[in-house]
Design a protein around this ligand. Structure first.
Ligand code: FCB
Length: 480
């Protein structure tokens, strides 16, 4: 039994005094204003405007109009008592086409946003890349090409020079697994390409881009900077303890987790990943010295977690369930793991169909901390979609979301009690928003958005989370 398991479940659970209580968003999901102030299209503009790619043809053209309403949105966060906010910068808004000069109007938007946050006592946490590659860079080959990594390093320097005087927390990439394997493997995300080798090349160039960006940030930013990357680490569970299912778990760990952790934190690609994918590529796109570039010192590792991944090995000729929880269709986002099947754990699910399993978050945190001792962790995303409705009195009652967040914060608390250095929690998301291929059909917000009027209404879960953030103490939603 660990120390944390001896506490009664009903007791309030205090978090460290300097814990970050935040919420998170991403540029394309909330900003709108896609043609304003010099912004050029990103791959998500192109993808969402391509018939059949996004639910009911939804696009981020208007999204929740955060570009014009950011002051109101910062006020909402302040009213909720949050002390941190994670947002991303739209690359093509600040460096149209992905090359050359910065556009001051685009940068000014983020300067104003950050100033507003700082004035409200909210710590900004900036992500450079949350999936919205400038379309011109995709037209030149996108992430499968090395030049994109180089452009990303230049872009990092440009943003750091503009905002480095006021932003301390910097994240290079958000969930590069999705960029590489959903963007270029299964094609369910922009740019919608479906080639396993393109996906593996993209993975390497995302790793390289991360390394180049960290180098650039290190040069441009003051010493007080805190640098990180946000990974959607998969907590993988073999369906049975059989050697076959454990082998399936190893393969998914290689192409889901260690494809990033290896080059970024250990300076090498895992040998088993290279072997698993040897029938596809010899990895000659990894040049001498690249893994020294990808391996840069980080101040924090940021983890996004929603649900565990349950896998089994499929025997030859057996029918394989297609559903891996990532909306995959005919093309697999898991190169080198072609004989792995994905299963959804029984029990409670969110509106995404994702199982609710907070224990897996505790396991993920303790395992990651044991592998990388001395590297503090932060939860850069966690949350749940539910089919929220506005009641006749205008309120939105979402007890399932509060229960989900409570269970996951309790898992974080247990990890901290077990000695894991977790510095903060960013709820995904502040607002209902454009949920990628699901369009506006899935609501993750703590704050409800009426997509007709764009009116914001904090849900009951937001009021509960607000109490937790203000007191720094976790109590079950029913207690408040
Ligand atoms: C993550 C993404 C984020 C959001 C949540 C639900 O994979 O980083 O933008 O879509 O899932």
């Amino acid at each position: 039994m660990t120390a944390s398991e001896t506490r009664p479940l009903t007791a309030g659970r205090p978090f460290p005094a300097d814990f970050l209580w935040g919420s998170a968003t991403a540029a394309y999901q909330i900003e709108g204003a896609v043609r304003e102030d010099g912004r050029t299209p990103s791959i998500w503009d192109t993808f969402s405007h391509t018939p059949g790619k996004v639910f009911e043809g939804h696009t981020g053209d208007v999204a929740v109009d955060h570009y014009h309403r950011f002051r109101d949105d910062v006020r909402l966060m302040a009213d909720l008592g949050l002390n941190a906010y994670r947002f991303s910068v739209s690359w093509s808004r600040v460096q149209p086409t992905g090359r050359g000069q910065a556009v001051q109007k685009g940068l000014d938007f983020y300067r104003r946003l950050v100033d507003e946050l700082l004035a409200a006592g909210i710590e900004p946490s900036l992500t450079l890349y949350h999936w919205d590659l400038p379309q011109e860079l995709e037209d030149a080959g996108g992430w499968p090409e090395r030049a994109t990594a180089e452009r990303f390093g230049d872009y990092a320097a440009l943003v750091a020079e503009a905002l480095g005087d006021r932003v301390k927390r910097w994240t290079t990439l958000n969930e590069p697994w999705c960029s590489a394997f959903l963007g270029y493997g299964s094609g369910v995300h922009a740019p919608g390409r479906t080639h396993p080798v393109a996906a593996l090349r993209a993975a390497h160039h995302l790793n390289l881009g991360h390394g180049l960006a960290v180098q650039a940030l290190g040069t441009c930013l003051p010493a007080s900077r805190l640098l990180s990357v946000s990974l959607n680490l998969h907590e993988i569970r073999p369906l049975t303890p059989s050697p076959e299912d454990r082998e399936a778990a190893r393969r998914i760990d290689a192409v889901g987790n260690r494809v990033w952790l290896g080059p970024m934190l250990e300076g090498t690609y895992p040998g088993d990943l290279l072997a698993d994918t040897a029938h596809l590529t010899d990895w000659s796109f990894v040049r001498d010295g690249d893994t020294a570039t990808t391996h840069q010192p980080l101040d924090l590792l940021a983890v996004n977690y929603y649900a565990p991944t349950v896998v089994s090995r499929v025997g030859p000729g057996a029918r394989k369930p297609r559903d891996d929880g990532h909306g995959g269709g005919a093309h697999s986002p898991w190169p080198g793991a072609e004989d792995v099947a994905f299963h959804r754990a029984p029990g409670e699910r969110t509106a995404m169909g994702w199982p609710v399993d907070a224990t897996a978050l505790h396991d993920l945190l303790t395992r990651t901390a044991a592998r990388y001792p001395g590297l503090p962790l932060v939860i850069s995303e966690n949350g749940a979609a539910y089919d929220d409705e506005v009641g006749p009195d205008g309120t939105v009652h979402d007890p399932e979301r509060a229960a989900y967040v409570h269970a996951h914060l309790d898992a974080v608390h247990r990890a901290i009690a077990d000695g894991v250095d977790v510095r903060g929690y960013f709820l995904w998301s502040l607002l209902d928003n454009f949920e990628w291929a699901y369009g506006y059909a899935k609501r993750f917000g703590a704050v409800h958005v009426d997509y007709e009027t764009l009116k914001r209404t904090p849900k009951s879960s937001a009021r509960w989370y607000s109490r937790v953030a203000r007191t720094g103490e976790l109590r079950p939603p029913g207690d408040l």
